[in-house]
Design a protein around this ligand. Structure first.
Ligand code: AP5
Length: 217
């Protein structure tokens, strides 16, 4: 299966991406997670990406595209992309690159949610410093406040989840990423999912929306 997940910050892409990757037994590639890993490890890529991420801007296209294709080539048959593409230039590069490899994209799944709902979700998000598991103080709290259920690590707020930065990320989303909905609709690849509701319910809708994707390998 070769699909991309689209939607505003806080739509639940990361949450659903893990669940869908398990369900379809597919490799999950998240550009946000890759950048955060590089930031933690203080690699040159991480140093390049950090200032963009902290201010809610997108990392420049050439940096992301190079990083992404080196990952895709490790799993030529199937993957689920979370966080890529984010601009028309990235979508066009993905389309060209996949055509060259003879393995075109099969679907683009758009998580539809109002801005107010994503702002509320991101205000409550907490992430484990150690294993990166995601919680939400309102809807998915850890058993012990501030402590990861899985590894006992300390929970923290993501540096780009401060309210000002979240507002800017949403502006960037509507300016640069939302046009991809039409890009994929024009190609007959778009599937839309209502992202408001219980996590399990959204997963059911997403699986239903991907039901007719022919090749799941
Ligand atoms: P990235 O990590 O991709 O962030 P994002 O797209 O802004 O998305 P988020 O991770 O904030 O939200 P999400 O939709 O995954 O929601 P989640 O499941 O966590 O990118 C970060 C940065 O990296 C970018 O700003 C950019 O700088 C850079 N970057 C990455 N890719 C790039 C690219 N291609 N080009 C350029 N730059 C790039 O859920 C959010 C919260 O809601 C959680 O607390 C969760 O528990 C809760 N929640 C989830 N589902 C539900 C539900 N159904 N009901 C209630 N709460 C829910």
């Amino acid at each position: 299966m070769r699909i991309v997940l689209l939607g505003p910050p806080g739509a639940g892409k990361g949450t659903q991406a893990h669940r869908l990757a398990d369900y379809f037994d597919s490799r999950l590639i998240s550009t946000g997670d890759m950048f955060r890993r590089n930031v933690r490890q203080e690699t040159s890529l991480g140093l390049k990406a950090k200032s963009y991420m902290d201010s809610g801007e997108l990392v420049p296209d050439d940096v992301v595209i190079d990083m992404l294709f080196s990952e895709l080539d490790k799993s030529p048959n199937g993957w689920l992309l979370d966080g890529f593409p984010r601009t028309l230039a990235q979508a066009e590069a993905l389309e060209r690159g996949l055509e060259e490899r003879g393995r075109p994209l099969q679907a683009a799944l758009q998580f539809v949610i109002p801005d107010e709902a994503t702002i509320a979700r991101l205000a409550g998000r907490r992430v484990c410093r150690r294993c990166q598991r995601t919680y939400n103080v309102e809807v998915k709290p850890p058993r012990i406040e501030g402590v990861c259920d899985a590894c006992g690590g300390e929970l923290e707020r993501r540096s780009d989840d401060e309210p000002e930065t979240v507002r800017h990320r949403l502006e960037v989303y509507w300016r640069d990423t939302a046009p991809l909905v039409e890009f994929y609709r024009d190609r007959g690849l778009l599937r839309e999912v209502d992202a408001v509701g219980e996590v399990e319910e959204v997963t059911r809708r997403a699986i239903g929306a991907l039901d007719d994707v022919p090749d799941r390998t």
